[in-house]
Write a protein that binds this ligand. Structure first.
Ligand code: AP5
Ligand code: MG
Length: 213
C-alpha cells in the first residue's frame, strides 16, 4: 500500500504516519526527517536544506525529488510506504507519479489531515521531537512518559528550530500557496481522503484505519 499524507505544518502528518507504518508494516518516509538527519550530520545537503528550512521555505524541488526517489527505490519499499511531507508542490507530485507509473504501480491514497491555522500555532508551541528517531510529542496533547525523554529510544527531546512562531507563520503561508493545490490534484485523481485532524490523536487514527481497511 502506497500512501501520501497531506496537511499543513503541524496537522499531525508525522504522528499519524508513524502509526500507519507500524500498523501496516511499511516504512514511514518523511523528507523533513531526512533533511534534519542530514543537518545533524552536517552533510552538504543538510547545510543547504537548513538555509531554507530555518526561514520556513521549501527546499528546492531539484534537491528534494532526488532524495525521495533514492529512498523509495530501496528494498524495504517494495510492499509500499507512507510518505509524510512529500509531495509539497505539483512538480514533486508529478515526479512521483511518473516514478510509480513506470513500475506499473500507483499511489493508493492521499490522506489530507485537515486542521485550521488557529490550532496549528497552538500545537507547534508545545511540540517536542526526538533528536535521534524523530518521534514527535506534545507537552499537553501527547506527552512523553518521562519529561524531555523519548518513549521509544530514550534520547533527548528538543524544540525544532523551525517551530518559532514567526517561522511557523511563514510555513503556513508557504503551505497555502504551494502545497494546498495538491488537495485538488489528488481529488481529481480520485484518491483523496479527508480526515478531521482537530480530533484526538487516537480518533484521527481510527478514522484513517477505516479508510485503509
Ligand atoms: P516537515 O518536517 O515535513 O514539517 P511540516 O510539514 O512543517 O510538518 P510538521 O512536521 O511540522 O508537522 P506534522 O504534520 O508532521 O505534525 P506532527 O505530527 O509533528 O518539513 C520541515 C521543513 O523541511 C519544511 O518546512 C521544508 O523546509 C522542508 N521540507 C520537507 N519536505 C519537503 C519537500 N517535500 N519539499 C520541500 N521542502 C521540504 O504534530 C504536530 C504537533 O501536534 C505535535 O506536537 C503532535 O504531538 C501534536 N498533535 C498531532 N496530532 C494531534 C492531535 N490530533 N491533537 C492534538 N495534538 C496533536
Ligand atoms: Mg512532521
Amino acid at each position: 500500500m502506497k500512501i501520501i499524507m497531506l496537511g499543513a505544518p503541524g496537522a499531525g502528518k508525522g504522528t499519524q504516519a508513524k502509526r500507519i507504518a507500524e500498523e501496516f508494516g511499511i516504512p514511514h518516509i518523511s523528507t523533513g526527517d531526512i533533511f534534519r538527519a542530514n543537518i545533524k550530520e552536517k552533510t552538504e545537503l543538510g547545510m543547504e536544506a537548513k538555509s531554507y528550512m530555518d526561514k520556513g521555505q521549501l527546499v528546492p524541488d531539484e534537491l528534494t525529488v532526488k532524495i525521495l526517489l533514492d529512498r523509495v527505490a530501496k528494498d524495504d519499499c517494495k510492499n509500499g510506504y507512507v510518505l509524510d511531507g512529500y509531495p509539497r508542490t505539483i512538480p514533486q507530485a508529478e515526479v512521483l507519479y511518473d516514478a510509480v507509473t513506470k513500475l506499473d504501480d500507483k499511489i493508493d491514497y492521499a490522506i489530507n489531515v485537515d486542521v485550521p491555522d488557529e490550532n496549528i500555532i497552538d500545537r507547534m508551541g508545545g511540540r517536542r521531537a526526538c533528536v535521534k528517531c524523530g518521534a514527535t510529542y506534545h507537552i499537553k496533547y501527547n506527552p512523553p512518559k518521562k519529561e524531555d525523554t523519548c518513549d521509544i529510544c530514550q534520547s533527548n527531546l528538543i524544540i525544532r528550530d523551525d517551530d518559532k512562531p514567526e517561522t511557523v507563520k511563514n510555513r503556513l503561508s508557504v503551505y497555502h500557496e504551494q502545497t494546498q493545490p495538491l488537495i485538488e490534484y489528488y481529488s481529481k485523481q480520485g484518491i483523496l481522503k479527508e480526515v478531521d485532524g482537530t480530533q484526538d490523536i487516537d480518533v484521527v487514527f481510527e478514522d484513517i484505519k477505516k479508510i485503509l481497511k
